[in-house]
Design a protein around this ligand. Structure first.
Ligand SMILES: [Zn+2]
Length: 279
């Protein structure tokens, strides 16, 4: 049983939504991949802290580096989906989304992954702009979704903040949201992205403890590229540049402090998830 969940969206530094004009998937092969050393760094930090987590792996990464999938599996982590081509769900057609899911699952299976029950959409894009995607997840065998951020812009502050079932025409999913904080009266990222990189470790640890006192888990999520000591970068629109490059400096050290300050496990071992998967 896990009190909190630690998740990693396993993607390379060039897997950025909304930049098809300057980084099309056809160009990925020619770029310097950094996903192996950076993901291994996270595996080391988790092992040092004595935690396991959930690694949501982009299918393209699994296809190019199947040994990484096996390393993650052999270290006891849960393996989940993060899209094959790392596309925003609301920019795909229903058939296109289903095809992408199947490619993602096939790439992970071919690399040696075991059962797969968890999904996270790139850029939290399984939101109110793509409600049609939820039943497709159920039809393709997923049981847990972690794609709906309870904050404005990428999601909605109206989304519940603790694990909750979502009914669909194909059956129900367990939705597991990430940890939010507050800034000037607004819900903002705290367990991921710029919010996690901005926050001091003690602030994050205190927020996790406050959730736990209420009987709720806290869910954190990071990317391998966030701990890259020499991250490649490209010119991005302002909001994307902020979410990708803000305060990367020193993040790995701050993350290690957070990992030392709370107990984490995989999504599928949260109490709500264990009960959900048993039912
Ligand atoms: Zn992603």
């Amino acid at each position: 049983m896990a009190i909190n969940a630690f998740t990693v969206d396993v993607e390379d530094w060039f897997h950025i939504c909304g930049v098809d004009d300057r980084l099309p998937s056809s160009a990925w092969e020619g770029l310097e991949s950094r996903v192996l050393p950076t993901t291994r760094g996270l595996l080391e930090d988790l092992a040092a802290a004595g935690h396991r987590g959930t690694f949501m792996i982009v299918g393209w990464v699994a296809g190019h580096f199947p040994e990484l999938v096996r390393e993650i599996r052999d270290a006891g982590h849960e393996i989940g989906l993060h899209g094959h081509w790392h596309r925003r769900v609301y920019e795909l057609s229903p058939d296109g989304f289903r095809e992408d899911l199947r490619l993602n699952i096939a790439a992970l299976r071919a690399a040696g992954a075991g059962p797969i029950v968890s999904f996270r959409a790139p850029e939290w894009s399984l939101n109110q702009r793509a409600p049609w995607a939820l039943p497709i997840l159920v039809e393709e065998g997923l049981r847990i979704d972690a794609s709906r951020a309870p904050v404005a812009r990428v999601g909605s502050p109206s989304y519940p903040r603790r694990p909750h079932p979502i009914a669909t025409v194909a059956g129900a999913l367990l939705e597991v949201p990430p940890l939010v904080g507050h800034l000037a009266g607004h819900a903002v990222p705290l367990g991921w992205g710029w919010g996690l990189r901005k926050a001091e470790p003690a602030t994050v640890i205190a927020a996790i403890a406050a959730n736990n006192r209420q009987g709720d888990p806290a869910v954190l999520t990071v990317h391998p590229w966030e701990i890259d000591p020499a991250p490649p970068s490209i010119r991005l629109p302002a909001s994307l540049a902020f979410s990708h490059y803000y305060r990367l400096s020193g993040f790995r050290m701050r993350l290690r402090e957070v990992l030392a300050g709370a107990q984490f496990g995989p999504l599928c071992e949260l109490p709500d998830a264990e009960a959900w998967l048993r039912a």
